[in-house]
Design a protein. Structure first.
Ligand code: ZN
Ligand code: ZN
Length: 385
């Protein structure tokens, strides 16, 4: 039978009981932290919850980095409380950078993700934990927990393998895995949202970039400093060095240390405003909105071309907020078809939706014949990056 439960944030404790295996509880706390409780093991997903013994970090976007209080971190460091982390080395390093070294994960508290091979599995208290690629950002992963039943958390994900060139695979995508409980995102879960393939976008981007470099223009690409900046960087095929803003260069250095070198780049300080004004024909990648501030605002002249890459360029409101010459619909999330296909192939009996268009995905699924699906649950999460 098909049911549609909506979890009210304050009432999840009462509503979670319906149709549930008592050994497995999935929900969110009043602060919107997602969690899984299985066999009395409490796992916080991309957040910190006081009673969690495991903290899973899917990736190092700011809204997914757990805000663990400093006194708790100190207790973890001193081994006074038993809290363990599951995350990749890249996520750990980037999270340390982005929290100004507040979230330092001590070696003894780092349970899984130390080696770069994915997928990887381990036994923990009679359960099997597996982490796997989901393609959303460098170092990003999903989590499968196999107890009596299988619980799958996709994290933010893409469904298309992305290659930087004919030879090199740089980003592996999420591949659906059959499970009993599926927790997944719906950022672009609107049926009208469909993204072109990355191969098409790459071809278009490089054509525009080359044509404008030939005209002696400076190409400026404002984008999210972690995730999008690296995807764009890997897509570009220019002979000239790609120039990176300071914060984007810091991330490039961490990725290099982790064996994921980015091609042919130099930090902005090696060039500077005057040199770029003179030479122009370069590509410069900067943080979003930095185009409105010094020094980059002085480089944004009619002799430059501004390209904004984001899934959100499909929305007029986003384009109004982010003036550009060219918009590139390049997303680090699955589109509607990708989300629906992933749900159908994972074929869960209980579905938990978070991030974005949860009502629209839920509505689309109610019109499909899903024999196994017993319930769709809405998890309230406040962010979407
Ligand atoms: Zn997210
Ligand atoms: Zn993200």
């Amino acid at each position: 039978m098909f049911q549609n439960h909506v979890f009210e944030i304050k009432k999840w404790q009462e509503k979670r009981i319906k149709n549930k295996n008592a050994n497995i509880i999935i929900g969110n706390t009043k602060n919107n932290g997602l969690f899984i409780k299985v066999k009395n093991t409490f796992i916080a997903l991309d957040c910190w919850i006081p009673k969690a013994e495991l903290i899973f970090i899917s990736h190092a976007h700011m809204d997914h980095i757990p805000r663990v209080p400093l006194e708790i971190l100190e207790k973890i460091r001193m081994n006074k409380i038993d809290v363990k982390f599951i995350c990749t080395k890249i996520s750990k390093d980037i999270a340390e950078l982005r929290t100004n070294n507040q979230l330092i994960i001590p070696e003894h508290a780092w349970l899984m993700g130390k080696t770069p091979q994915l997928p990887q599995s381990m036994e923990y208290k009679g359960m099997k934990f597996t982490i796997f690629d989901n393609g959303h950002a460098p170092g990003s992963i999903g989590l499968m927990i196999e107890a009596e039943e299988k619980i799958l958390y996709t994290g933010d994900f893409i469904t298309e393998k992305r290659c930087s060139s004919e030879k090199v695979v740089c980003i592996r995508c999420f591949n659906p895995i059959p499970c009993d409980y599926l927790i997944t995102e719906c950022t672009y879960g609107d049926p009208s949202i469909s993204f072109p393939s990355v191969a098409e976008l790459r071809k278009f981007l490089n054509k525009i970039v080359q044509e404008n470099l030939d005209l002696g223009k400076l190409i400026i690409i404002p984008c999210t400093i972690f995730g999008k900046a690296q995807v764009i960087h890997e897509m570009l095929q220019c002979e000239e060095e790609i120039i990176l803003d300071r914060d984007i260069a810091a991330i490039a250095r961490i990725l290099e240390k982790n064996g994921r070198a980015l091609p042919n780049w130099a930090p902005y300080k090696h060039y500077g405003k005057r040199k770029l004004k003179e030479e122009r024909n370069h590509v410069l990648i900067i943080p979003p909105h930095a185009i409105n501030k010094s020094p980059y605002n002085e480089l944004a002249t009619p002799e430059s071309l501004i390209i904004v890459p984001s899934g959100r360029v499909l929305f007029e409101s986003y384009r109004k907020e982010n003036p550009a010459d060219i918009y590139l619909p390049l997303s680090d999330h699955a589109d509607f078809k990708g989300i629906i296909t992933s749900i159908l192939e994972s074929n869960p009996k209980e579905l938990y939706l978070e991030h974005g268009e949860i009502e629209k995905i839920s509505h689309a699924l109610t019109n499909m014949n899903l024999d196994r699906l017993e319930s769709i649950n809405f998890l309230k999460t406040p962010y979407w990056t």
